[in-house]
Design a protein around this ligand. Sequence first.
Ligand code: PRX
Length: 570
Amino acid sequence: MEHEIYKAVDQNPNMKNYDETVKNFSWDDIEKNFSWSETGKVNIAYEAIDRHVDEGYGDKVALHYRDDNGTRSFTFKEMKEFSNKAANVFKAHDIKKGDRVFIFMPRSPELYFALLGAVKIGAIVGPLFEAFMEKAVSDRLTDSEAQAVVTTTDLLPRIPVADIDTLEHVFVVGDHEEGDKIVDFTQEIEKATDELEIEWVDREDGLILHYTSGSTGAPKGVLHVHNVMVQQFISAKYVLDMKEDDVYWCTADPGWVTGTAYGIFGPWLNRVTNVVVGGRFSPDAWYGALQDLKVTIWYSAPTAFRMLMGAGDEEVKKYDLSNLRHMLSVGEPLNPEVIKWADKVFNLRIHDTWWMTETGAHMIVNFPSMDIKAGAMGKPLPGIEASIIDDNGNELPPMRMGNLAMKAPWPAMMRQIWGNREKYESYFIGDWYVSGDSAYVDDDGYFFFQGRVDDVIMTAGERVGPFEIESKLIEHEAVQEAGVIGKPDPIRGEIVKAFIALREGYEPTDELKEEIRNFVKLGLAAHAAPREIEFKDKLPKTRSGKIMRRVLKAWELNLDAGDLSSMDND
Ligand code: PRX
């Protein structure tokens, strides 16, 4: 197969040669970068923030936070002080090591203070995307038996405070009514001291819980531990190519794993100036941020690049983006057209990276020093053994499609699915962690993504589970049954499409479609709401009553639905 090759431009003498790095790599060597390799005292928040102050970099800018109101900047010393204050507020309310503290708020500096503060007292943080509505919030707090939530005035009504038995405190940033369990976070932060005895933990102690969707069942809590830092640090250094003077912007929200691994820990473990842009996407806001903050490294997703591409090349010419030197992508297949566009308008290559919530950090990457094959995700991160295996765990030769898998363990690997050992174990065949993606390797060792083997939907780089949406849909009074699939879309990768059979007495009108769409949007999350709804008299089901999404997908794509022997034809 012919692939367009984008040659590496080796201008930087420090640029790591991929093959050499793989040959000489050892995780033990990487661990020597951390203060705990000598002191034995571990806490990722110390390594990410406080340590740089102790080492004389207190005045360096750690965070530029920018939104429609302008830019607010914070040094490492200020990040240390504000996160210490947040930690002291949590402590004063008796939140302890191992407690689950959820952070449910839009991007703002306070989000970062709260998250780091919770980590500093040894709590397990659970970031929640701001678009989640009551049901999505409630499922996650209930499953993890959360003790606390930090939120804002606007989002507070979506937290079913009285219904979650374990919940002791809701910390609110901004105005709010008095209430049981409600604490004014802003006022308490002002009063709190910025001196803190940080909680030293074990490398294997819980750090962060990211809920993510599979094809069946409710969203599951993927638990990462402090040891995740080893791989997040080195991948940010080698792959995102972080250096002392870089200004780095990861566009992902911390409600998703990219927004914490590479929007918080990766850059700060590398002592790099980190940019966070709040508010909604617009080409002007984004190009403006790149220009005004003199961003040098930019990590985003194909959907965002396609949206910028759609805004036209004239738009980009209005800005001076000459500081930008390195671009990367994650979350969905990176189309060759997008690589071509970036080559033309920025004169830069986009480096694809593959990983997932469960892997905790990069797994398949394009080193800056590597040639890029358009359409390939790259090669395994040094220290990672990746392969294509069949369903019995046998490795397949190059050019054969199969399950993309990695040899367990690796430093950033998830350690638990919260409260569900069986689910955790279901990821593995022997020593192989099986990703749920299908892929092949070419003769040069580049990995090519082929698709998901399950029904998980990737829309605009966000992972949504059909089950969660179907469950919400059937709560609507008009819906008898519902099946949800991802439908290919030129901008978003996939969109959520629902097939619905209505109850007796309901007419299949456009108004009803709109009503059902809003029902999911307001009840679950905007990004989970079906962009397309199709009414059917009846949905394809197995004899045991399970909706056959595979058949729905075949209908949608005009494909042969394959073996239908298990289908109930009555
Ligand atoms: O299907 C793959 C897709 O995103 C899934 C993981 O989703 P999530 O856990 O939400 O993490 C997203 C970002 C870390 C994978 O199973 N995916 C991720 N990166 C790529 C990708 N698909 C194609 N190319 C990629 N580079």
